[in-house]
Design a protein around this ligand. Sequence first.
Ligand code: PLP
Length: 397
Amino acid sequence: MALHTGRHFLQIPGPTNVPDRVLRAMDYPTMDHRGQEFADLGAEVLAGMQRVFQTEGTVVIYPASGTGAWEAALVNTLSPGDKVLMFETGHFATLWMKMADSLGLDAEFVPGDWRRGVDPALVEEKLRADTAHAVKAVCVVHNETSTGVTSRIGEVRKAIDAAGHPALLLVDTISSLASIDYRHDAWGVDVTVSGSQKGLMLPPGLSFNAVSDKALAASKTAKLTRSYWDWNDMLGPNAKGFFPYTPATNLLYGLREALTMLLEEEGLENVFARHDRHAEASRRAVRAWGLELLCQEPREYSSSLTAVLMPEGHDADALRQVILERFDMSLGAGLTKLAGKVFRIGHLGAFNDLMLAGTLAGVEMGLSAAGVPHKAGGVLAAMDYLSGAEEAAAPKM
Ligand code: PLP
């Protein structure tokens, strides 16, 4: 392994780069989690997370990875044998389905080709056919991290309403929250699941549920076994800024700092616009290289990552290995069905134009070093877009 100097480029689609000021914010003595100072912190981060989810409803924070928040969403709202409608958008949708299955739910998994998001028309069709209202929840991954495809949640909501179906809507935003516009209340989502290690720019270790009143009501009668994940045990202490058990205090210091950056300094609108712009620049680079995007539906291009198909006969993991050894950059691997077939460029979280230019330069140099057929000029295409050179060159009206 070559000696590497300077900073490692962590360009997987999460965990993402943690800003130095967030790291510093966590580098403080752990405080008494039953004291008033903690209660103030707890109340502040819970209120901040409501703004990030764009909800006035309940938010719950778990000291757990995103998988825990997936489980919490299911066990709080559903009962053994309940039918849930899930969609095969990729690796993470598959894992969530397997979890539902292992919890004793009756998961119908609508097949997909891992290149598109959930089709709202199909949601409507499935729910219209369910005249007995056997389906208790529709579960959708907003941004499928394994494919770089973003499903249209607002349209899924409309499809559920058009079918006049009472199913709950459960959405995973682990790789979209605080990167891609997401509206828990406006889109009538019942439970939103998220995690700390992506758009929120924190290390792994916190996960979240945003919960509608309808989901809270469902939790009163839901019969799946639960203890640690039980919302009802959380809500009493949370109302005063406390937790029912020892919270991840130092991660919450970090969350407070990240919320200041996202909400007070940059502003969510600008955060989303920045991610859109970096994603567009990345796609221009991919097209200039003559490579193919995995996502086949332009309306569903992800703004937090770009998955790139390898030319036939070339292995994505070999390319990633060359890039890691030569240029000290980690890219996302193809997962399960896509192993070796795609690499994923993460461009979410604490990120800027020069980091993206460096990332794309690492990919372009790696393609050359690994002997992967491609055209030069991807970085240049991205730079032209980022610098506004194209606009400047366009004829003035
Ligand atoms: N859902 C999505 C969309 C993800 O990207 C991930 C992890 O990357 C998960 C769920 C699982 O989260 P965790 O690994 O934090 O448990």
